[in-house]
Ligand binder design. Structure first.
Ligand SMILES: CC(C)(COP(=O)(O)OP(=O)(O)OC[C@H]1O[C@@H](n2cnc3c(N)ncnc32)[C@H](O)[C@@H]1OP(=O)(O)O)[C@@H](O)C(=O)NCCC(=O)NCCS
Length: 179
């Protein structure tokens, strides 16, 4: 299996997915990382201060060399930072995950980003499976995955801890698209 690399930027009709930079941290903190509504179904607690967000950005940048790409999602028109989109490649498969600031919800942006990432990943003949999980209660995320072309595969019981809902592992829906 070849070492699969993702591009440093992916452009869609309305978005640019690019490598994050440390100066992004204040916007990330303010617009979504501190927001309990945005972080409800994710694996991290809302950031309490900018230092936590800076650590997150530094970690995201460092992980690129491990084939774990957390792209900053920005508007193609205005350059506004809107959220992030993670792609973790593990041999022949890749897992995706995403977060957008609340003011950008409901406009098809997450679906647009997911569809573009899936297209990009499948350009590589060695990728056979792209998958994602979401909390069974996260209907918006489930819808994004379906609209982006993934199929529901089943519910993974007690799969992941979403600490803003419960300290106990939660059931998650697994979605995937395969070559
Ligand atoms: C999940 C998230 C990225 C979706 O982003 P988005 O840009 O609003 O998604 P889209 O507009 O592409 O599609 C959302 C779909 O979910 C639907 N939806 C939204 N809330 C819903 C709900 N409570 N129940 C059912 N469907 C819902 C929308 O109607 C839309 O479907 P439609 O096009 O058929 O009408 C965004 O809500 C978010 O950042 N949430 C917080 C972080 C998160 O949960 N990330 C995923 C972790 S697995």
């Amino acid at each position: 299996m070849k070492n699969i690399r993702m591009p440093l930027a992916i452009r869609t009709k309305r978005l640019v997915l690019r490598k994050p930079r440390l100066p992004d941290a204040p916007v990330i903190f303010r617009t979504y990382a501190c927001d309990p509504k945005v972080t409800k179904y994710v694996t991290f607690k809302p950031h309490k201060n900018l230092k936590e967000t800076k650590t997150f950005v530094k970690q995201s940048i460092a992980e690129y060399k491990l084939n774990r790409y957390t792209y900053a999602v920005e508007s193609g028109d205005t350059g506004e930072l809107m959220g992030n989109f993670a792609v973790h490649i593990d041999s022949f498969k890749a897992e995706i995950g995403y977060v957008l600031a609340g003011k950008y919800w409901g406009k098809g942006y997450a679906t647009e980003a997911a569809a573009a990432v899936i297209r990009q990943l499948f350009k590589n003949r060695d990728i056979f499976r792209i998958w994602a999980v979401c909390d069974t209660a996260n209907r918006a995320s489930a819808r994004v995955l379906t609209k982006a072309g993934m199929r529901y595969e089943g519910t993974l019981r007690r799969w992941i801890i979403h600490p803003n809902i419960s300290k106990h592992p939660r059931d998650c829906c697994c979605y995937a698209v395969t070559r």
